[in-house]
Design a protein around this ligand. Structure first.
Ligand code: FAD
Ligand code: MLT
Ligand code: ZN
Length: 502
């Protein structure tokens, strides 16, 4: 039965974000043997430029707590350079004063890598926010690192193009941060991660060198491809200041549907059939029952998408040609999925607004979790065939840990499950934090046994560095340490990210 979707969600109201700030006393405001005030003054003396050095606690607060509210710290100053030259000068000033620094984009990272831990200076790329050039012939765009994803999306619409990486943080995350974390999102299935979109980079190194390789050629096979060293390096090898990205022609039409599953046991078959039948498949997202329930609690006006509460829903999106025959083809392909018994029902968006209503369910889950409470977040990849058992195991792990609500959702098409275990009211904050390490060890060793990955897309940051061995060999980690030593021998770039004592 294909029923037409009526918009049943309303936009998220972003007020009343749950705030958990560790007491500042846990994070000493002393940088080495210097006190905070004199550090800021010395930076201002070194970097005499209007608006470059922030030092008032009120104006720095937004830069020192991360989006999850689980990571926070104090900093002597926030640097806001306006161009690459000021980024380089800022790095040299920090080196001179013996200060470490944390590069920061939109501060939407989820592994604690974007905020200070022990008094590092925050270097914000937000003022490098120009979309500098667009080349239709090579289908490339050159941007500064601080360009917000949504701004890039909007700029490309008028050019008949799209940037094929998209994620729920689009209103805040910046291109530089997305490259530094090799962000994934909802279209990896068809277009890959950020890594696959980057052609060239400009990077400021730990010694202030500006490494300019703003290549825009599709083919440039001249020695080591250095950009790949910095993509996914999470701010600990260099500071990305510009990028050349490849863009794609906008699809002629995008068909969006929400499927209802009456069991999760046949997910691998569903994945196989959708990939075979929908040749333009561009997104495949799963939202399980508990995640939908939480969203409805946080957004009480939200209606159940179907006539009953199914164990899981799946968003399917296919890029097709324009016209009714293409749309009819999509409906036929969906009907065959229902006739096969792999889906119990489907709602198909009749308009962009209704497609956005479906996506609001998916984006809303993450935002709702961010608002509803403290959460242990595990962003893992498992082989698609293992998904049904894995989801059940995660719910068992959460139950056995006690006091946690297990919320499962994610990028089904990539085998990327977001396992969010949220503090229940009866669990104190200390008990919640105390459960983290054992839970992480249990989940990540289970993922490793399935030959999965402990980080699908968010990176390692601070949150996962103690578990890196579950996904990388000793030899690989040693080589990574060697690269860190080569590129940042003084250890001033985001110390503590990826390695405890880099
Ligand atoms: P920040 O959080 O500011 O920084 C992230 C890391 O990159 C830090 O280690 C920082 O030091 C480093 N960094 C930042 N800018 C630079 C730079 N210019 N040069 C060098 N290092 C830099 N992630 C996904 O992959 N897929 C998703 O689907 C997804 N959905 C999300 C949904 C929500 C609601 C939220 C809040 C987050 C989501 N994320 C997702 C996580 C986050 O948005 C991504 O990791 C994003 O790439 C971070 O970009 P940012 O600009 O906010 O970086
Ligand atoms: C998402 O896909 O919503 C993000 O990766 C965020 C999360 O894991 O919470
Ligand atoms: Zn994600």
């Amino acid at each position: 039965m294909l029923s037409v979707l009526f918009t049943y969600f309303h936009p998220i109201d972003r007020a009343a974000i749950f705030t958990h700030i560790k007491t500042a006393s846990e994070q000493v405001g002393i940088v080495g043997d210097k006190n905070v005030a004199s550090v800021a003054e010395r930076l201002k003396a070194e970097l005499d430029s209007p608006g470059l050095v922030l030092s008032e606690p009120g104006e720095m607060a937004a830069y020192t707590t991360d989006w999850t509210h689980k990571f926070s710290g104090v900093t002597p100053a926030v640097l806001r350079p306006r161009d690459t030259a000021e980024v380089a000068r800022s790095v040299l000033a920090c080196r001179k004063l013996g200060l470490a620094l944390v590069p920061q984009g939109g501060n939407t990272g989820l592994v604690g890598g974007s905020v200070p831990r022990a008094g590092e200076v925050v270097l914000s790329l937000s003022r490098l926010n120009a979309i500098e050039s667009f080349d239709p012939a090579s289908a490339t765009v050159q941007v500064q690192a601080g360009v917000v994803l949504q701004a890039l999306h909007e700029d490309l619409v008028a050019r008949g193009c799209v940037f094929p990486v998209d994620l729920g943080a689009r209103g805040s995350c910046q291109i530089g941060g997305m490259i530094a974390t090799n962000a994934g999102g909802i279209k990896v299935l068809r277009y890959g991660h950020m890594r696959e979109q980057v052609l060239g980079l400009e990077v400021v190194l730990a010694d202030g060198t500006v490494l300019g390789s703003l290549n825009s050629l599709k083919k440039n096979n001249t020695g080591l491809d250095l950009k790949h060293t910095f993509i996914g390096s999470e701010g600990m090898l260099g500071i990305i200041t510009r990028a050349v990205l490849q863009v794609r022609p906008a699809p002629q039409a995008v068909q969006t549907a929400l499927l209802a599953l009456d069991t999760r046991e046949r997910l691998p078959e569903l994945l196989t059939m959708l990939r075979e039948r929908l040749r333009g498949l561009s997104s495949l997202e799963i939202i399980t029952r508990e995640s939908i329930a939480l969203y409805q609690e946080v957004e009480p006006g939200t209606r159940e998408p179907f006539d009953k509460a199914y164990p899981a829903c799946v968003i399917v999106e296919e890029e097709t040609g324009a016209g009714t025959s293409e749309r009819d083809g999509f409906l036929e392909r969906l009907s065959s999925v229902i006739e096969s018994g792999l889906a119990a029902d489907a709602v198909v968006a009749e308009s962009d607004a209704q497609a956005q209503g479906i996506w609001r369910l998916r984006d809303g889950v993450t935002e709702a979790i961010g608002r509803a409470g403290l959460t242990h977040k595990f962003d893992v990849t498992v082989p698609p065939g293992a998904l049904p058992e894995f989801l059940a195991e995660m719910e068992r792990f959460g139950d056995e840990a006690g006091g946690l609500r297990t919320l499962l959702f994610g990028h089904l098409g990539d085998g990327n499950v977001h396992v969010n275990m949220m503090q229940k009211p009866e669990l104190s904050e200390d008990e919640f934090y105390a459960k983290g390490p054992a839970l992480a060890e249990r989940i990540y060793s289970h993922v490793a046994a399935l030959k999965g990955s402990i980080s699908a897309e968010h990176g390692i940051g601070i949150a996962k560095r103690d578990y890196l061995h579950h996904s990388r060999t000793v030899e690989e980690i040693n080589l990574m340490r060697g690269m860190k030593q080569l590129l940042d021998p003084g250890g001033i770039l985001n110390p503590g990210v990826l390695f405890e004592n880099a």
